[in-house]
Structure formats: C-alpha cells, structure tokens
Design a protein around this ligand. Structure first.
Ligand code: ACM
Ligand code: ZN
Length: 765
C-alpha cells in the first residue's frame, strides 16, 4: 500500500518489532491518503446513486446497518445524498475512487463492481458488529477521512469450493460467498461433481439425486474410508435443488461474483456412474457405487468414450446447467483420468479407429474436444484442468494450472490459450497450514499463510506473452478431509485473505508485516460472522539437525515476526518469562524442549514439545541415497503423519543408509522407527539387514529380519518399530539395508501401486 501522507500508527505490543500499519483493509488498496476526523453514519445518512444497478449495491450495504445499528441509511436514485455515486468512465474496470470527508462520501467508479468494492472497503473500516446480527448501541459507525484510489491487478480472482467431497448447506455457501465478495473476489468455481457425490439437481436424470448424491458415512479419514459394501444403504450426502442454485447464483451476483459450475468428465464421476452404470465402459465388471473416500482402483471407472449415449447424457446435463448458471464459463474438469477400462473397452477401441486416434490420451482429447464444442455451440467458454495439455487442446478452452506449481498451463499459453493459476503447491488449501502436529489430519505438505501471501504467479522465466494470457489466480478449497463447515473455515481462513491480496494487489505492493496487522484487524469480523478461522500462524516450526560434535541443534521459527518464542528445557510449561529464543541452540543429552509464542505477554501459540532423545546414534551423520538423511539421527521421533518432516522416505525402491558413530562403539540393541499408512501406500520394508564395519568398506551382517506379506500390508495407520535385541557387537559404522515390499496387493487401497518405505529414527544402544 502506498502511503501518500499521514498514516495511522498502530503500535504492536512486542519487544521485537514495532511497525506502522495503514488502513486495515484487505486487499490493500493501491493508494490511501488519510486525513483528520471521521464520517459518521446515522439515521440521517442518505446514499444517492445514478441507476438501478448502483441502487442494489447501495441497498445491500445500507441493509447491514439495520440489525447492527438500528437504522438504515436511505438510498435513492438522484442527488439527494451525503454519500454520492458518480460514474467516471476513465477509471479502470472494477476500480474506484473514494473521497471521505467529515460531512460527505463521494464514490467514483466506471462500473457497478467498482461501486460495490468501494463499499466493501468502507465495510471493512466499520466495526466488526456491522457484520453481526446483534444491535450494538455503543458502536461508532464511522470511517476515517481519507482518499483512496484502487483497482485490481487481475480480472479473475477466484475461490473454488469442492462441495462434492463435503457437501456444504446452502446457508454456509452463501456465507463464504459474502466473505469472498468482501475480499473483492469475483469468481466462485463450484466443484459440483466427484466420485464422492453429485451435488446439483438435473431434472432429466432423477437418479443423479436419488443415487449419485449419497454415499456411506465412514468415520475414517478420507483415504482410509472403505468403499460401500454389498447391502449397505448410503446415508450421507445432499445436493442443491435448481431453486437453491438460482438462489446461490443470485446471491453471488448481488455481490459481483460470477458462479462457474464444474461438471467433471470423463473421470471423477463414480457418483453419476453409480446412478447410470450403463455410461461406464462395458469392460467395467464390478458394481459402481458413490465413493465414501479415496476409492482405490474404483476411481478408474470413468465415462465410456466410445458410447454416444454418454455424450447425449452430458449434453442434456449441460443444457440444464447452462440454464441455471448465467456464467460465460463452463468448467469441464478433465483431470486425473486413469484410462485402464478405456484400454480394455471394445467401444473405446472402435472410437479410436473411426476417429484415427493413436492412443488413450488422444481419446481423452477427442472426448474433451467434443464436449467443449458443445459448450461453445451454446455461446459459452469451456474451461478445464491442466491435464488437457497432455493431448491436443480443445479450441478456445481456458486452462487451470494446478499440478505442482501449475506450470503445465504455460503449455496451453504457448498455443495462445488463456489460463488461470491455482497451483497445488501454493493455493490448494487442503494442505496443512502450519506445523502438522497442531493441525487436523490432511494431505501432503505445508502451505502457510506466508507461503500464500508471497505467491507470485508470473515467473521470471516465463515468456512475456504468458502474462497477457494469465487471467488471474484461484484459491482452491478441496474438502476431502472436511466433515463440516467449521472444518472448511479452518482450512480457508485466514489463507483466503492472503490469496485475495495476491489476486488484487499489484506486484511489489505487498507487505507481509502490514498484511498481518490488517489480518489481525479483520479476524474479529470473521468471528462475528461465525467463522472458525485457524490460528496456525502463531505456531512454532522446528528443525533439529545433528552436528559434527554428536550434538543436535534446535532451530525454531514462527511465520509471524511479531511474536516472541519462549522455551524451557526442564520439562515445565513455558511462560512469558521463560528463556527467549533468539538463536539456534545445541542439545547434547536427552532433553524435553517446550516452547510457545507470546504477544504482549499473552500466550498466542500452541505448546511445542520436542522430546530430544539421546542414544549412541543421535547427532551422528547418516548417509543415504535420499536427500534428508540427517533426520534419522536428530533425536526426534515423528508423528503418525509421515509428511511431518521427521520422516525420510524411499519410493518404489530398495534403500540403505550408513551411520558413522564417530568411533568404534559397542552395540547391544538397534531400533528402527517405521510407519504403516496403508491408505497412502506407506508400508514397512519386506526385509531389513543390519551390518557393522570399522572402516566403512567391509561390513559384517549382525542381524536381519523379514516380514510376511500380511505383516507388511496391514490395513492401518501406525508407527511400527523394528527392534534388534541381543546384538553383542561393535563397530564404528552401522549400515541398514532394506527391501521395498513391492506393489500393493489386490483389494488394498492402493492396489497395483508402488509402495513407500519411511523411517523417522535409528536408535543405537
Ligand atoms: C485436481 O486437483 N485434481 C484438479
Ligand atoms: Zn469404453
């Protein structure tokens, strides 16, 4: 935010940092000039606008005062107002100028969204109670005297909500739309279809609602949920009626949000195939059910590309969808289509012959082209995920870059296609947002609030023309691990605030510390709106690294620079007077480190407990063929989340590592920390051999163990240590060699897939 003159200074109670903050508005406006005094809203306030569209925008804003303040400012078309809207066609699309004096507010914009956004800026400057339902007699309904000039960086500022994995009641979706609009997000991408549920009423195909919208409830986390068994009656789900959809679209339109429906094809469709199994390839010879969770190989049941009824079905579905959604865009999915059954299907093979297609990827290209053509024939623009770059791209399709850092989308840009970035590595809010020990169980690595905030979609290595084809960014809220709206809130907030700022603010106009102050100011508003936001930004990350002296170095950090980290090493709870952490320190004997964060003397984070355990291997270098070898001897055990950074993993291969104990050492016992997470294809090794050496050249095997197939492929998530007792040996070097258990067996969650082997620690006694 450019500060043109005096700014409000907010002193943060903190011994480390004090900084100046500008207006607590997210996303930060392009420029703000603050003056003296306030404009106060009261029962005499009158908003005068030029036309009906502006009137709707003004009335929506004015209506908030009803419940919270007990008065509603008058709104009318004309000149009778102390708040005036004036069209200024010279301003950028969606931009606005806001001039607040003690007696009047003048708003200029080129279009209706511009006026709406000016009011969202005012909304954020009013007390949090403005967004509540209770009368606040003593609130000050005032905004500071100021001038703002503002406009967005990107025209496409999107939130995706996956209502297929976790069905959100309409009221909850409307709440998210309202908050997204407050953050100047202008697209809602609704992921309406997946293996786990069909969420939109299609009148022509009633079984989509009767069958496709319902699955078996399972208590397990998503990847571990068993598929529906014969005789079970699905008992969890729901869908939006066509009236619900009209309400959602209208509610969003009032808030300048375009709702983009996604109808997945040809994969992620078990829900519709459970309802109409004749649309799958005839090569599928098992019952198709709506999947409660990961689904294993059942996710490989997809629409048959050789059956013309599939295209008729999808065209009829899209006809109803296009009637309901005025959006210019229709998202056709296209991701993660495993084509096992296409390869075995006579109809698909016949299609490949008649259409002269070389391979199954090109068959998907045919499928997507045919459906994209249908969408285009109705005057709409098709969209799809970046797998569509694996084959010839359908004409005019817009691509969402999602895999990794979303770079595949630039392959589409090379062919002149527009694209949107929603990289899984930065904008998939399914991922952990802080140290995993304190987070609800979910997938993969961490994406902190800071990671989102610092995201820059335009990469230095990009060709210049990509920037013109990049429409914007999307925060994607996948809900596999959510069971309630509160769970969705936790994953979405406050990260959505950071994504909104990335989408709106010009490059170089972001400031992490300033953003935190503005976030702090807006969190009470989210609370007033019933949002269960995460406090992960206050938690401590740690890194324990063995050092050459056989000690282990403890590093701790927090993404908030305005907190103090205080810690103890005697097992007691840390307090505001405990030792202040200001640099890494060494631990050389078994120690319990407890640490947490404080702001202004108040504890704000969770207590991190590091049980650093010393044995003969602790702090000794472990050399292996995977990169993160130090983790095996840092003295710290991992949790049952093998992605918590305390585990070293080997995929689809045998492995080994060697520990240098520093000198010839007697060895009685060795424990290897392993983990089994069957739903993620993580298993203990089939065989482990231990050998010792004094010269790191000639090794003598001193112990070995092998596990049966059933022991390796147990269905559970648990830490499973392997212990070698009564060794009575000695040596300077200890080598561990192990055999990968091979592919997951028939009936397993990951049937036919390669396995991971993970170790967190080697303990030598
Ligand atoms: C996706 O995450 N499969 C688009
Ligand atoms: Zn087929």
């Amino acid at each position: 935010m450019k500060r043109l003159f005096a700014t409000t200074f907010v002193a943060i109670c903190c011994s480390l940092f004090t900084w100046a903050a500008t207006l607590p508005v997210i996303p930060a406006p392009v420029s703000v000039t603050e003056g003296e005094g306030y404009f106060t809203f009261d029962s005499d306030t009158k908003i005068a606008v030029e036309n009906v569209q502006q009137l709707e925008v003004a009335q929506l804003f004015a209506s908030h005062f009803g419940k919270a303040a007990g008065f509603i400012p008058a709104t009318s078309i004309g000149n009778n107002g102390n708040i005036m809207f004036t069209t200024d066609a010279s301003l950028p699309a969606e931009g606005y100028k806001l001039d607040v004096t003690p007696s009047a507010i003048n708003i200029k914009a080129a279009d209706t969204p511009g006026f709406f956004y000016a009011l969202q800026t005012l909304r954020q400057l009013l007390p949090a109670a403005f967004d509540g339902c209770e009368l606040q007699q003593d609130a000050k309904w005032q905004v500071p005297v100021m001038q703002i000039e503002d406009s967005p960086r990107f025209g496409y500022r999107s939130l995706m909500v996956d209502v297929a994995r976790n069905f959100l009641p309409k009221s909850e979706l409307l709440k998210l739309i309202d908050i997204a609009a407050m953050l100047k997000i202008n697209k809602l991408h609704l992921h309406l279809v997946d293996d786990t549920g069909w969420r939109i009423e299609i009148k022509r195909y009633p079984k989509l609602m009767q069958v496709g919208a319902w699955r078996m409830h399972r208590d397990e986390v998503f990847p571990a949920r068993p598929n529906q068994r014969p005789g079970e009656v699905p008992n969890e789900g729901g869908y939006y009626t066509q009236d619900d959809i009209r309400d959602i679209v209208a509610f969003a339109a009032e808030r300048q949000i375009e709702v983009i429906p996604e109808i997945e094809m040809p994969a992620h469709t078990s829900s519709s195939l459970a309802a109409y199994p004749e649309l799958a390839c005839p090569s599928v010879d098992a019952p198709i059910t709506v999947l409660p969770g990961g689904g294993g190989i059942n996710t490989q049941y997809i629409y048959c590309a050789g059956n013309d009824s599939v295209f008729t079905f999808l065209e009829n579905v899209l006809d109803e969808v296009m009637q309901l959604f005025p959006s210019q865009y229709i998202h056709l999915g296209g991701d993660e289509a495993v084509k096992t059954y296409w390869g075995r299907c006579p109809l698909c093979k016949a299609r490949m012959e008649t259409e002269n297609l070389d391979n199954l990827e090109d068959l998907q290209g045919y499928f997507m082209q045919r459906m994209s053509d249908y969408v285009r024939s109705k005057g709409k623009i098709p969209m799809g995920w970046d797998e569509l770059t694996n084959h010839k791209l359908p004409d005019d399709i817009i691509i969402y870059g999602w895999r990794g850092f979303g770079e595949a989308a630039t392959k589409a840009a090379d062919q002149g296609h527009k694209f949107i970035m929603t990289p899984a590595r930065v904008l998939y809010f399914i991922r952990y947002q802080g140290p995993q020990w304190f987070e609800p169980y979910t997938y993969f690595g961490n994406i902190t609030l800071k990671d989102v905030y610092e995201y820059e979609p335009i990469q230095p290595k990009w060709k210049p023309e990509y920037a013109n084809l990049l429409m914007g960014i999307q925060a994607s809220m996948w809900t596999e691990f959510c069971r309630s709206a509160a769970d969705v809130h936790h994953q979405l907030f406050p990260r959505l605030l950071a994504a909104a700022e990335v989408a709106w603010c010009q490059q170089g106009n972001k400031d992490w510390q300033d953003f935190l102050i503005r976030t702090d100011a807006q969190l009470p508003r989210l609370q007033t709106m019933g949002i269960n936001y995460a406090r992960s930004m206050y938690n401590i990350d740690h890194k324990l690294t063995p050092n050459v002296k056989g000690k282990t170095t403890v590093e701790m950090s927090c993404i908030r620079p305005d907190v103090e980290i205080r810690y103890t090493t005697d097992g007691t709870q840390p307090s505001s007077t405990s030792k202040l952490y200001n640099k890494p320190f060494d631990v050389k004997k078994t120690t319990v480190v407890k640490a947490t964060t404080f702001q202004g003397g108040e504890q704000v984070g969770e207590v991190l407990t590091l049980n650093v355990n010393f044995n003969k291997a602790t702090g000794r270098k472990a050399t292996s063929d995977v990169a993160n070898d130090y983790v095996l001897t840092n003295g710290l055990r991992g949790s049952d989340r093998h992605s918590d950074f305390e585990w070293a993993g080997w995929y689809a291969k045998d492995g080994s590592f060697v520990i240098d104990l520093g000198k010839r050492t007697s060895i009685k016992r060795i424990v290897l920390g392993c983990i089994n997470n069957s739903s993620m294809g993580v298993h203990i090794p089939a065989e482990i051999a231990i050998s010792v050496s004094n010269d790191n050249k000639s090794f003598k095997q001193v112990a070995a163990k092998s596990y049966t197939h059933d022991e390796v492929f147990r269905t559970r998530t648990a830490i499973e240590d392997t212990e070698f007792d009564n060794l009575a040996t000695s040596g300077r070097y200890v080598k561990v060699e192990f055999t990968n258990p091979g592919k997951c067996p028939k009936g397993d969650f990951k049937e036919g897939q390669d396995t991971w082997v993970y170790f967190d620690e080697i303990i030598v006694e």
